[in-house]
Write a protein that binds this ligand. Structure first.
Ligand code: CA
Length: 237
């Protein structure tokens, strides 16, 4: 798989281990030991994915992610020895796509990286007219993690995209956090508050008035619903 992955990790051995496994897959890697260096590299290179440690000298992985997400939707996998739920929720809440705790099986990490790269890749040269779903001023490219407002890209992580897509495809239905978690994360064991975190993040990106959502509505006691009235069925209308 041709891709370039940046590994931000201050433990040299860990970084080299991850790099070695990725190189076996034909993935090119860059390693840096601090988030500050990482931000410089991100500025200068078109990367396909970032593997991010949290405990770093200088600014930590969370801060890095917050800065990164202001300008890039490159997939990010956090690899951290901190496994508290708060860390996972915070990491996902500020735009990570995956959270892997140390120690981890390198094969598992590589499989997750491959899956994310594949999905991100299916975002074609930017824009394909097929497989687009329109709502309000937005178009959702069902093939890739891509949402546009007019011609402008809305930065969504792959997971945010998945949540939005699931709700749009099932528009009109009230979906409980349990169902959303099961269908999007493919897992029944997890922290359901993650769903609320994602809904909030997506709302911040697409709703004009965050407290009165037009698209992603809360149905009290039931869950969330994508408003079917905002869907535009005929393209170009
Ligand atoms: Ca570290």
């Amino acid at each position: 798989m041709r891709a370039e992955v940046l590994i931000i990790e201050d433990e040299r051995e860990m970084a080299e281990l991850i790099a070695m496994y990725l190189q076996k897959e034909g993935v090119a890697t860059k390693i840096c030991e601090s988030a500050e260096q990482g931000l410089e590299i991100v500025k200068e290179h078109a990367l396909d994915l970032v593997v991010l440690d949290i405990n770093l000298p200088g600014i930590d992985g969370f801060e890095f992610l917050q800065v990164l997400r202001k300008k890039s939707s490159v997939p990010v996998i956090i690899v951290s020895a901190r496994e508290g739920d708060e860390d996972v929720i915070l990491g996902l809440g500020i735009g990570a796509d995956e959270f892997v705790t140390k120690p981890f099986a390198p094969k598992v990490l590589v499989a997750r990286i491959r899956a994310l790269l594949r999905r991100y890749r299916s975002d074609p040269s930017g824009y394909s007219e097929s497989g687009l779903l329109h709502f309000g001023p937005y178009s959702l490219n069902m093939e890739g993690c891509l949402l546009r407002k007019g011609s402008k890209r809305v930065p969504l992580s792959c997971k945010e995209f998945d949540v939005l897509k699931y709700l749009v495809v099932n528009s009109g239905k009230a979906l409980t956090p349990e169902v959303i978690y099961r269908e999007v994360w493919g897992n029944i064991y997890g922290d359901l508050t993650t769903v609320a975190v994602y809904i909030q993040r997506i709302r911040k990106k697409i709703e004009q008035n965050y407290s009165e959502p037009v698209y992603l509505q809360t149905i009290h006691g039931k869950g969330y619903r994508f408003n079917p009235e905002t869907l535009i069925s005929a393209k170009g209308s």
